[in-house]
Write a protein that binds this ligand. Structure first.
Ligand code: IPD
Length: 275
């Protein structure tokens, strides 16, 4: 079966730009309709739903037989299944908490998987005009300029992206605190953007050196995976094993050495249920 990836790419770029206009306009608007999901700090707004609908409606009209895994469709009871069919994995607004507060770090994250492998990855923060793109075998780009990871190997020189997450579960929060304690003693610095996809984009462009999190979902990391690997970085399970995209665990780094070092010193956590 032949897939016209150029056509898929052109189409998704133009849709993500439209979605970005909506997110940008609504970010500035202080009155947002907010609902909660798995916890009181796991949020969804009408804009998340509107953007997801815009992307799915238009892509499914254009591309017969394509499948979708969308954050808001899944939290509304939809299925989270990845087959060999071309599948768009969508987070309409990653960093919804930021969006709700008009903190200008949220993005649209969308990836296309074919035969269960990432082929296209797009992450767009319309507030700061950061348009990250990647295609399998063709490199990673920020606003059309090629990007690469920093290549840093030593934890003492590494700026780490680190998230508190959206769970109030005491055991999860304890592990987050313990890891912060371990890393603040050894890393050059710890930062948090409040968006898994943008954290990954920062590593891809060399502005940060590693990121890991427990509790993310496949749509938070689907586009970031291709962006980081096309920029020369590594992605794995936080234990150091192979990435399991449905396990809700991820670790990325600018080098194999740094990834392995982190996997050895962090406290592990296994979120349930799986995606
Ligand atoms: C969340 C953000 C946040 C991360 C959470 C994600 P959402 O995604 O990426 O930074 O800590 O694990 O679920 O809910 O804003 O799309």
């Amino acid at each position: 079966e032949n897939h016209d990836l150029d056509q898929y790419y052109d189409e998704v770029i133009s849709l993500v730009k439209k979605a970005g206009d909506i997110v940008k306009e609504k970010t500035l608007n202080r009155d947002k309709l907010i609902e909660t999901k798995s916890s009181d700090i796991d949020l969804v707004t009408e804009t998340d739903q509107e953007v997801e609908k815009l992307l799915i409606d238009n892509l499914s009209k254009k591309f017969n037989g394509h499948k979708f895994i969308g954050e808001e469709t899944v939290s509304g009871g939809g299925q989270c299944i990845l087959t060999d069919a071309p599948t768009w994995i969508i987070d309409p607004i990653d960093g919804t908490m930021n969006f709700v507060h008009s903190f200008p770090h949220s993005c649209i994250s969308i990836a296309l998987f074919v035969k269960q492998k990432p082929m296209i990855g797009i992450i767009y923060n319309p507030m700061l005009n950061q348009f990250f793109t990647a295609r399998k075998g063709k490199g990673a780009f920020l606003n059309g300029k090629k990007i690469t990871v920093s290549g840093k190997k030593h934890l003492s020189e590494a700026l780490l992206m680190f998230e508190l997450g959206t769970s109030r579960e005491p055991e999860k929060q304890r592990v987050v605190s313990e890891n912060q304690d371990i890393l603040m003693k050894q890393a050059h610095g710890l930062r948090s953007l409040g968006s898994a996809a943008l954290d990954m984009a920062m590593v891809a462009c060399g502005a940060a050196d590693a990121y890991f999190e427990y509790g993310i979902h496949i749509w938070d990391i689907a586009a970031g995976e291709l962006l980081v690997t096309e920029a020369g970085g590594v992605i794995m399970d936080p234990t150091g094993g192979e990435l399991d995209r449905f396990s809700r665990r991820v670790l990325i780094a600018s080098s194999q050495e740094l990834a392995e070092k982190l996997s050895q010193i962090i406290v592990q956590f296994y979120p349930a249920p799986r995606d």
